[in-house]
Design a protein around this ligand. Structure first.
Ligand code: PLP
Length: 419
């Protein structure tokens, strides 16, 4: 990074009024085991601001009705609020059209929709699907299932000891049999920000389709789909301070139009007879049944909230937190950071000599500090680094430098217990 961009980042991080922002998050104002909660598990799920909580409550209190089907006032209101989220997601992702945005339960369902619908139609025996060594299980298992069913081959882009993908190895993996390249934008286990633009361009040059798992990118860095130009991109609402059970799958229109529906049922049809059904236009072809209406409306409030803070300001502040945390943790003797990529977001994963991560997590919890321990749904990453599990502190824009100090002090106490 240039000195100038470092300075710009430092200035915008200093301008970030985290104490005021924390007022918006009621859950943060509590003690756990008699200590102020230090929530460092936002990569698992982010906390929710009043704006989101209130939007969901208002829907149930004032507007509650099923969508798309009613002429009555409540149905019209709830339909409008739900559909407004699609327009907000279009702006959030800089997508071309809101018809390309499909509501799903989350990233997992987004990937399963593509592997089942596009995958079953397009992947044949002998074809290849490329993923990377740092994928979340939700971007491994669906492709593995598809490859087993179709007798296709799953290929894996390797990474180095820092947790960076080996792009020259990726280049070697690409070949005329490559049908799909499915890679995470940001790794949940390591924090690595992958060069997805380059990954997508190389895949397209080889004639392959691309899917980017945006679960850990959407909350932390700018996602510009017109610039990246992936074929599919998906993220979860609950990681961008929205509710659980709702997310977005973006798809290229020509591909979505050619794909069969993922599920059948109400709302995804034009005409049904016992002889034949014709399907609704995009995006409804992929949205069978009553959706998570309250979740969709809550997601809209979350995207407004993030938009109001500004994703660039969030990224700059979180980057400053990450650098501070990286330095502070590196000074602890016996602590080894897992994931030291040059481009990173939000995640501090580590192991400590002679202390199991579950013990670290439990002892930190007694001090009010919430971190995640385990394999983070990325068992191959643990295998690569030859560790059974890690402790992961994951940051969000409502975390403070003081909370990182609390983590460091907490880890000193853990060391004392095990001394
Ligand atoms: C990188 C990544 N991909 C996919 C997922 C799955 O997201 P969800 O459980 O919301 O479907 C997660 C969740 O932690 C993730 O971190």
């Amino acid at each position: 990074m240039s000195t100038l961009s470092k300075q710009v980042k430092a200035v915008s991080a200093a301008d970030f009024d985290v104490e005021r922002i924390r007022e918006d998050f009621p859950v943060l104002k509590q003690n756990i085991h008699g200590k102020p909660l230090v929530y460092l598990d936002s990569a698992a799920t982010a906390q929710k601001p009043f704006a989101v909580i209130d939007a969901i409550r208002r829907f149930h209190e004032v507007d509650c009705a099923n969508i798309h089907r009613g002429v009555h006032e409540l149905s019209q209101r709830s339909t409008a609020a739900y559909e407004e989220t699609r327009a907000k997601a279009k702006r959030f992702l800089n997508a071309r059209s809101k018809d390309q945005l499909i509501f799903v339960r989350g990233t997992t369902e987004g990937i399963n929709l593509v592997s089942n619908s596009w995958g079953r139609q397009n992947v044949k025996a002998g074809d290849e699907v490329i993923i990377s060594a740092m994928e979340h299980h939700s971007n491994i298992v669906p492709w593995q299932m598809l490859c087993e069913e179709k007798d296709a081959k799953l290929r894996v882009i390797p990474m180095n000891e820092r947790g960076e993908l080996l792009m020259e190895e990726y280049e070697k993996l690409l070949n005329p049999r490559t049908r799909m390249v499915a890679v995470t934008h940001v790794s949940n286990a390591l924090g690595t920000i992958n060069p997805v633009k380059q990954i997508i361009d190389m895949a397209h040059a080889a004639g392959a389709v691309t899917l980017i798992d945006g679960a850990q990118a959407a909350p932390h860095i700018t996602v510009d789909l017109q610039e990246l130009d992936p074929d599919f991109y998906t993220f979860s609402g609950h990681k961008v301070v929205g509710p659980t059970g709702i997310g977005i799958l973006y798809g290229r229109k020509s591909l979505l139009n050619a794909m069969p529906p993922y599920q059948g049922g109400g709302d995804m049809i034009k005409v049904v007879t016992f002889e034949k059904t014709t399907y609704a236009d995009l995006p409804y072809k992929f949205e069978a049944g009553t959706p998570n209406i309250a979740g969709g409306i809550g997601l809209g409030a979350a995207l407004d909230y993030i938009g109001h803070l500004g994703i660039e300001a969030i990224a700059a502040y979180e980057h400053a937190l990450l650098e501070y945390g990286t330095e502070a943790l590196s000074r602890i003797p016996g602590l080894r950071l897992i994931g030291t990529a040059r481009e990173k977001a939000s995640v501090l994963s580590f192991v400590m000599e002679g202390i199991h991560p579950h013990d670290i997590g439990t002892l930190l919890d007694r001090q009010g500090i919430a971190v995640r321990t385990g394999h983070h749904c990325a068992q191959p990453v643990m295998d690569f680094f030859d560790v059974p599990a890690t402790t992961r502190a994951s940051l969000a824009f409502y975390n403070t430098f003081g909370e990182i100090d609390a983590l460091v002090a907490g880890l000193q106490k853990v060391k004392e217990v095990f001394a």
